[in-house]
Design a protein around this ligand. Structure first.
Ligand code: ATP
Ligand code: FE2
Length: 329
């Protein structure tokens, strides 16, 4: 039996998991909650540094292994993410790899979101819509690479939602709170719909939403509703175009924002209309989690892809199309 320890900590969630080829054996996490406002990279990194030992101990205790030597490899998220946070996790992973004399595997966080989704849902070859705080991309696999077919030109959809939520004085993360308010909205108010070819822009939305409240005096619920309807329609439009271009009949939704029911519903309707299958994994595997890092680490290890220490430097701007996908044929 091959056993992998995975550690995730690109942003506010520090999370570890131990998995085997068949199952998730143990999971543990500790989430940084900013006292107010958004995430400060250095504060999140300090949180990770002080919690790491406890989280890793807990996940190993939960795994009930005879000894640490039962771990075959340690995987960590090498990027993209906040530099100070990435460095804490990478340092711990390197130390474990050296002291236990096991391979180190640096994984791309975005691809981990995708692969755990494929695993949990049984999707074969989907067009992927990856929506999280910092990232918004449409991807599809071809010839050994996850190609980015469309993406945001400025901020990620999650950050756009979080930014507007902060303006409403809602605590981080704002996405779920906006979703709750939006479900009570009834009136659509104007929001900028910005799709350029296959790319998107969200930065104008938060400003337009503020103006809709303060200048035009619309109800908060109506503004949240309109924000979501506009942003999610933009996402659905480019995802559908990607499916048509690539002739794919599967679609997988991934990343923290994928938990949003309205977004799921719009994509599901689009897929139904095309006669395509729509997949979204359980909510616990949508946001950042150690299991997805361990799972991708397992796939990479099986195909002999490991990371020598000298190549384990963190990569804050690591793009998914820089990864050679060795585990799919
Ligand atoms: P990445 O490095 O992939 O960008 P991340 O740090 O943004 O990861 P995730 O857990 O993937 O972390 O996504 C977090 C984002 O998901 C936050 O912006 C949060 O507001 C958003 N989110 C979570 N639940 C919902 C929801 N129900 N509706 C909308 N947004 C949501
Ligand atoms: Fe993420």
């Amino acid at each position: 039996m091959t056993v992998i320890l995975g550690i995730e900590g690109t942003a506010w969630n520090l999370s570890a998991a131990v998995i085997s080829e068949e199952a998730v054996i143990s999971e543990a996490e500790s989430t940084y909650k900013p006292p107010h406002g958004g995430i400060h990279p250095r504060e999140a990194a300090q949180h990770h540094a002080s919690e790491l030992k406890e989280v890793v101990s807990r996940v190993l205790r939960g795994a009930d292994l005879d000894s640490m030597t039962d771990i075959d490899a340690v995987a960590f998220s090498q990027g993209p993410g906040m530099g100070p946070c990435l460095r804490i996790v990478a340092t711990a992973a390197r130390a474990l790899s050296i002291s236990l004399k096991i391979p180190l595997i640096g994984v791309n966080h975005c691809i981990a979101h995708i692969e755990i989704g494929r695993w949990r849902c049984g999707a074969e070859d989907p067009v992927v819509l990856y929506v999280s705080g910092a990232n918004t991309q449409v991807l599809a696999y071809r010839s050994g690479v996850y190609r980015i077919l469309g993406e945001t030109l400025d901020i990620g959809i999650g950050n756009a939602l979080d930014k507007f939520a902060r303006y409403l004085d809602l605590s981080h993360p704002g996405g779920p709170k906006i979703e709750a308010l939006a479900s009570k909205g009834t009136k659509y108010v104007y929001m900028p719909y910005i799709v350029k070819g296959m790319d998107l822009s969200f930065s104008g939305l938060s400003t337009a939403a503020k103006d809709a409240l303060t200048v035009h005096k619309h109800k908060t619920e109506d503004v949240c509703y309109s924000f979501q309807e506009t942003a999610f329609a933009m996402l659905t439009e480019i995802t559908e175009r990607a499916m048509a271009h690539q002739s794919k009949d599967e679609m997988l939704l991934a990343g923290g924002v994928a938990a949003n029911r309205r977004l799921q519903q719009m994509l599901q309707t689009m897929c139904q209309d095309r006669g395509a299958r729509f997949y979204v994994p359980e909510t616990r595997y949508l946001g950042d989690n150690g299991t997805m890092i361990a799972y991708l680490g397992m796939q990479m290890l099986k195909t002999g892809t490991t990371t020598p220490i000298e190549q384990s430097k963190v990569r804050p701007n690591f793009r998914p199309d820089e990864v050679e996908v060795t585990w799919r044929n």
